[in-house]
Design a protein around this ligand. Structure first.
Ligand SMILES: [Zn+2]
Length: 209
């Protein structure tokens, strides 16, 4: 069973991916992580992608598809994968169809004000790179090392607003593309609340896959 996760920043995609991995044995895959791992290992595809990344341009689609294919074909992906952050456009979705059968697309819906509210609460430790919610730490200080926590530039209001706009524009066509296998859920509530209908839906399919 192969799943695509769609949802704006702050909608809790990471939590859902982790829960799906735990309950259904699916492997979460992010193309960004694949490239970073390949670069670290000095892999051929990673090094090729790095040339584009260093120039600040998008990695070409065929290269992304190549690295995805090699990951998906590894034995641990037998039960299926969860793709987060790819595809982001109609072209990417069409290219993906050629290498893997996507069974479901889970779309997490969350009002923009709520996405913004959640992202603005994010902080990160500049030393351990661990992420925190500002409400869960004392004095804006890293509980592990005592460093003052900071807000990533990406998590600042203007950046979030721009990303949400881009997300709306690029995702609308994807929702349409996957309309025959779309599971729409609300991102409001606790991570457990959000995950509940997903688990119920996929559990009902039982041994089908
Ligand atoms: Zn720290």
């Amino acid at each position: 069973m192969n799943i695509i996760l769609l949802g704006p920043q702050g909608s809790g995609k990471g939590t859902i991916a982790r829960s799906l991995a735990k309950d259904f044995g699916l492997i979460p895959i992010s193309t960004g992580d694949l490239f970073r791992e390949s670069i670290a290992k000095k892999g051929k595809l990673g090094l090729e992608a790095q040339k584009y990344m260093n120039k600040g341009v998008l990695v070409p689609l065929d290269l992304t598809i190549k690295i995805l294919t090699s990951r998906i074909n590894q034995p641990d992906c037998q039960k299926g994968v969860i793709l987060d952050g790819f595809p982001r456009s109609l072209d990417q979705a069409k290219a993906l169809e050629k290498i893997i059968k996507i069974d479901y697309c889970i779309n997490i819906d969350l009002p923009h004000e709520e996405c913004i509210r959640r992202v603005l609460e994010r902080r990160i430790c500049p030393k351990c790179h661990q992420g925190y919610n500002i409400n869960w730490v004392k004095d804006n200080t890293c509980p592990k090392c005592g460093s003052k926590l900071v807000q990533r530039d990406d998590d600042k209001l203007e950046a979030v607003k721009i990303r949400l706009e881009v997300y709306e524009k690029t995702t609308a066509p994807l929702i349409n593309f996957y309309s025959d296998r779309l599971l729409k859920i609300s991102g409001l509530g606790s991570p457990e609340d959000v995950y509940k209908p997903v688990k119920a839906f996929l559990s009902k399919l039982g041994g089908k896959n």
